[in-house]
Design a protein around this ligand. Structure first.
Ligand code: HEC
Ligand code: HEC
Length: 315
């Protein structure tokens, strides 16, 4: 009886996959680093009705309700989909779609090859200014299950649109925070609040104790300008000029925000991005915020970097 039931589930899941999932890429055409054109992530309606689907759905719920579901780990008022818009599908908002096929990956900020679990925890500790989720927790496995499902059909090592994170802005503009302030009041404050704390839910905090930390990509002038230019204001994305996005980014990132313990050890190879707002090896802070707010749990706020090859590793 039991065996029959399992067989039926497998058949049902198989049928569901052919009906809804995007066509799988030709494995023979997948060269490492090659681009996979015309791929789109599966729609939510294609989540299978089996044990894997239960985990995928739980992972999606955690991305959408991060502070409510995980109050000990997500201590800001940001949720994962505050930045990874459309449940991780939007190309201009650092998509999670395809991420399963991009890891393990070398990260210059860490100076090491990291796995997807650590990468998720970099967002918990830096972008959410929260605490690292235990690797073996049910919740971490569910988040990974969702990201894997959202990457259905992307061969390991191939890249899909948005694979490099936030799109690079085609400009070397410098933000003017006074101009940014004026624009913020007329275009952003109705949702995010004049005090930047988040006013109309789910609009999250842009600065202050409940916002992202200084160690987040969003704390860099060019990265936040890219997010803003492509995605904000929420109801009219693309309506701001590149210069206006830089002005807003400079204004937002000049404010106090949570610290990121251990940030001085970032970019250990001395290759910090030019707009990194804190001192690291060979780099002087670019426009550091007015003040940094101490973290309640500094130990939870860090992810142990894997040993670098140059350090010898484990023997
Ligand atoms: C404040 C905005 C923000 C929040 C909130 C956030 N992230 Fe991110 N995340 C980013 C940005 C930006 C990147 C890409 C880095 C870049 O472009 O420099 C990223 C990258 C990632 C990546 C790597 C993607 C890849 O293919 O390399 C994963 C995985 C990820 N985030 C998961 C999460 C999860 C899970 C949460 C919730 C716990 C979360 N993020 C919350 C901004 C955010
Ligand atoms: C209509 C309401 C609305 C307006 C207006 C708006 N936002 Fe947002 N913004 C949001 C929401 C909602 C989110 C999070 C997305 C989600 O939860 O679905 C967000 C997310 C963000 C984020 C990423 C999350 C974070 O905390 O860093 C930034 C940065 C941002 N907005 C900046 C701006 C700027 C700058 C403006 C003005 C140009 C603006 N927003 C205008 C609603 C708005």
């Amino acid at each position: 009886m039991r065996r029959v039931m399992i067989g039926m589930v497998v058949i049902a899941a198989g049928a569901c996959r052919t009906a809804d999932a995007p066509p799988a890429a030709e494995p023979t055409s997948a060269k490492p680093g090659a681009a996979l054109a015309d791929w789109t992530p599966p729609p939510e309606s294609a989540i299978p009705d089996d044990s894997m689907g239960v985990s995928v759905r739980r992972g999606l719920a955690l991305l959408r309700h991060t502070p409510d579901s995980l109050p000990r780990y997500a201590t800001s008022n940001l949720r994962c989909v505050s930045c990874h818009l459309d449940d991780g599908r939007r190309v201009s908002a650092a998509p999670l779609a395809g991420a399963h096929a991009r890891y393990p990956k070398y990260m210059a900020r860490t100076g090491a090859v990291v796995n997807l679990t650590d990468r998720v925890n970099y967002c918990f500790t830096r972008s959410l200014a929260g605490n690292a989720l235990p690797d073996q927790s049910r919740e971490m496995q569910d988040i990974l299950a969702y990201i894997a499902w959202l990457s259905t059909g992307v061969p390991v090592g191939t890249k899909v649109a948005g694979a490099e994170g936030l799109l690079k802005l085609p400009s070397d503009a410098v933000g003017d925070s006074a101009r940014g302030h004026a624009l913020f009041e007329t275009t952003c404050a109705q949702c995010h609040g004049s005090d930047g704390a988040g006013k109309l839910p789910p609009a999250p905090a842009l600065w202050g104790a409940k916002s992202y930390s200084i160690g987040a990509s969003m704390a860099r002038e060019e990265r936040a300008a890219s997010f803003i230019q492509h995605n904000m204001p929420l109801t009219a994305p693309g309506s701001l000029t590149v210069q206006q996005a830089y002005d807003l980014s400079a204004y937002i990132n000049a404010h106090p925000r949570p610290d990121s313990p251990g940030k001085r050890a970032d970019y250990p190879a001395g290759d910090a991005a030019a707009d990194t707002p804190y001192d690291t090896k060979g780099h002087t802070a670019y426009r550091a915020p007015a003040r940094l707010l101490p973290r309640a749990n500094p130990r939870g706020a860090t992810v142990n970097a894997p040993a670098r090859a140059a350090d010898g590793g484990v023997r």
